[in-house]
Design a binder for this molecule. Structure first.
Ligand SMILES: [Zn+2]
Length: 254
């Protein structure tokens, strides 16, 4: 099937769906200037994750993690939602079909694009929390501490270590967010996977729920994924190009 035919088929499936959930990974944010951590030029090329991004090294060498995190934060602050993020915002607000976005990304771009319900299974760079007393801090508060030379930043209330709410290696994914994600996929009649190679577990297991309960599955990713054979349609390409094309066809057939 040609890519054009696949795009038409995807639009047709979206037209016939009423409760759509999106599942997104690093690939959707590449076009916003945030390289996939795992790809060449990504953060892991510069910072070995075993040294910089495990929970145990955060506890023993928090300054290392904060150094890396500041660079990630710079990337995220400079980034803007791209046409794929905007397409998902349209699917929610213009078409009323998209009910939630489950994302592996920590860049907050879905919320900035306007999606209301965003389930961040790998956490977020927007907030941090004290490991001593659990107090939450917005990143601007932590940035003030960093600007004053506090490295690592410590809680003003209990002097505990402050940790960004991004999920580190060796750390559990947030149970409540995973549970809500499962519920959303169970409630959906269509799951659209965008920019995820579906290889990082346990997050990558979520789309198989859609297959098990017989919902529709559309996959848009640069490379093939292990789930492509189970999808109604799998389109290989850049999310920022494919998603607007699908919506353009949807406008014609609605
Ligand atoms: Zn505290």
């Amino acid at each position: 099937m040609s890519q054009e035919d696949k795009i038409k088929q995807a639009a047709e499936i979206i037209k016939n769906s009423t409760y759509i959930v999106a599942f997104t990974g690093a690939g959707i944010s590449v076009e916003s200037g945030i390289p996939d951590f795992r790809s060449p030029g990504g953060l892991w090329e510069k910072y070995n994750p075993n040294e910089y991004a495990t929970y145990s090294t955060f506890l023993t060498h928090p300054v290392k993690y904060w150094t890396m995190h500041m660079e990630l934060r710079e990337m995220v602050i400079d980034a803007q939602p791209n046409s794929a993020h905007n397409a998902l915002a349209s699917l929610e607000h213009k078409y009323g079909k998209l009910k939630s976005v489950i994302t592996q990304n920590v860049d907050f771009l879905h919320s900035r694009a306007g999606n209301t319900k965003v389930l961040e299974i790998h956490g977020t760079t927007q907030t941090s929390r004290c490991l001593g007393c659990d107090k939450t801090f917005y990143f601007t508060e932590v940035e003030e501490m960093l600007d004053q030379g506090q490295l690592p930043p410590r809680c003003p209330r209990c002097r505990g270590l402050i940790k960004p709410n991004t999920i580190l290696f060796g750390e559990q994914l947030p149970y409540d967010v995973l549970e809500q994600s499962r519920e959303e996929i169970m409630a959906a009649d269509l799951l659209i996977v965008i920019g995820s190679s579906l290889t990082v577990y346990p997050a990558a297991a979520l789309p198989s729920i859609a297959v098990q309960i017989g919902s529709g599955l559309i996959i848009v990713n640069k490379e093939f994924t292990p789930m492509d054979t189970y999808a109604n349609v799998a389109i290989q390409g850049m999310a920022g190009i494919i998603m607007p094309k699908i919506l353009a066809v949807l406008d014609e057939i609605l």
